[in-house]
Ligand binder design. Structure first.
Ligand code: ZN
Length: 271
């Protein structure tokens, strides 16, 4: 579980505007495509017909997206329908390193199940992964301009590499960052933790409280993962929140939202 931010750090809408809703589906890959299809159908039924799809080029070394004949046409069809492709790591695995301290091991192994691939790579390592990722996603024939690190763990050197590779934006769990100028928009994402029964129980309570707390926030972010759909209680909660939110918010993608934020002169975005 993540710790709660002070809700006062979340900007409130100016002039009572109804705000935006961005749903992101993390870990879209050749391994999860069938499940993601199911999620997209359910979301569309509840008013969410566009999402940001966070694509892993070679999920746990189990299937490169540019070597799977069905993946690229599928992704192109989603993007044509209004979804956005976003680069999300490369393998989504962090290689364990010799001599690392206990704190690092706890963060990267326990908290993220060893998936913090961009938590602490060297600049050159991050650059290499990003370049290969851009190549693989480009080979699918879709436009993309965002990079979001696995588990939102983006270390300093990795962030520098993301900027130098020309990505327009990234997100963290508590913010959306315009990489052109470093401006950060405070916005806490809802996200579910489903790995153990106690996590699921706490997650439902926490996300319900967060959803209520963010009722008037200008941007509501909901981050979903394919395993969320294994649990009916989680699925029901997500869909309930989406129905309510989609009824009076503009459903959009991170890329479109960023454009709108830029047009507004990055209002309320200064850190
Ligand atoms: Zn992920």
């Amino acid at each position: 579980m993540q710790t709660a931010p002070p809700l006062s750090s979340v900007p409130t809408p100016a002039g009572g505007g109804s705000g935006a809703l961005v749903v992101s589906i993390h870990d879209v890959s050749t391994v999860t495509r069938g499940r993601v299809d199911e999620m997209l159908r359910d979301l569309a039924e509840d008013g969410v017909s566009v999402t940001s799809l966070l694509v892993i080029p070679d999920h746990h070394h189990r299937g490169p997206i540019d070597q799977d004949s069905g993946f690229a046409p599928w992704l192109r069809a989603q993007v044509s329908a209004g979804h956005e492709a976003v680069l999300h790591g490369y393998y989504h695995l962090r290689p364990s390193k010799d001599g690392e301290g206990m704190a690092t091991r706890v963060i990267t192994s326990h908290y993220t199940a060893g998936e913090g691939e961009f938590h602490d790579p060297l600049f050159s390592e991050a650059l290499e992964l990003l370049r290969r990722g851009k190549e693989a996603l480009s080979a699918c024939g879709v436009p993309f301009r965002g990079f979001i690190a696995p588990a939102w763990l983006l270390g300093h050197e990795a962030e520098r590499a993301v900027r130098s590779e020309g990505f327009a934006y990234t997100t963290r769990i508590g913010s959306v960052i315009d990489l052109e100028n470093g401006l950060s928009f405070a916005s806490r994402s809802m996200v579910y933790s489903v790995r153990a029964p106690w996590r699921r129980s706490v997650s439902l309570l926490w996300n319900e409280a967060l959803f209520r707390g963010l009722r008037k926030a200008p941007l509501l972010r909901i981050g979903l993962h394919p395993p969320d759909w294994d649990y009916p209680s989680i699925r029901r909660h997500v869909l309930k929140c989406l129905r309510l939110a989609a009824a009076n918010r503009k459903v959009t993608t991170y890329g479109e939202w960023l454009d709108q934020w830029r047009r507004s002169g990055h209002e309320r975005g200064r850190p």
